[in-house]
Design a protein around this ligand. Structure first.
Ligand code: ADP
Ligand code: MG
Length: 136
């Protein structure tokens, strides 16, 4: 399924629709160039799951955990992690537990493998505020 959005709010709405179909243990991989709207998408989904505070890409860690409505939401950004060493997959699993819903920006890092992938989201710039949002 793909759609075109014309604002960050519309991308957040698409994310909220996906969030309504997610359950504990689900992981969503979110790909796309810098500024394409990955964090915006995660924010929309997190809001729909009851997260109220700031949702921004983690800067000094690979991930953070937010309190949602009755469950936790994990948000990882692997941009600064060029490759995964031997012990790093376990590090990812520390965030992506079976009782949380997880979102991963830049999931293409070599060595990264994700279990329980419920959806793959791809964002593309279409000029100005327009984005192509594909949810698979
Ligand atoms: P990424 O995490 O992919 O680097 P961000 O979500 O941090 O991207 O940033 C996307 C930027 O583009 C934000 O400033 C957002 O407000 C803006 N923006 C404008 N139009 C859209 C749109 N249609 N969808 C998502 N973001 C948009
Ligand atoms: Mg981001």
């Amino acid at each position: 399924m793909h759609t075109e959005t014309e604002s960050a709010e519309q991308t957040e709405d698409v994310a909220a629709e996906l969030a309504a179909r997610l359950g504990r243990g689900d992981v969503v991989l979110v790909s796309g160039d810098l500024g394409s709207g990955k964090t915006t998408f995660v924010r929309g989904a997190a809001r729909a799951l009851g997260v109220e505070g700031a949702v921004t890409s983690p800067t000094f860690t690979i991930g953070q955990v937010y309190a949602g409505r009755g469950l936790e939401v994990a948000h990882l950004d692997l941009y600064r992690l060029p490759t995964l060493g031997a012990e790093d997959p376990a590090l990812l699993e520390d965030y992506l537990t079976s009782d949380r819903i997880g979102f991963v920006e830049w999931p293409g890092t070599p060595g990264a493998a994700f279990e329980r992938v419920a959806a793959r989201v791809r964002l593309e710039h279409l000029g100005g505020d327009r984005r192509r949002v594909e949810v698979e």
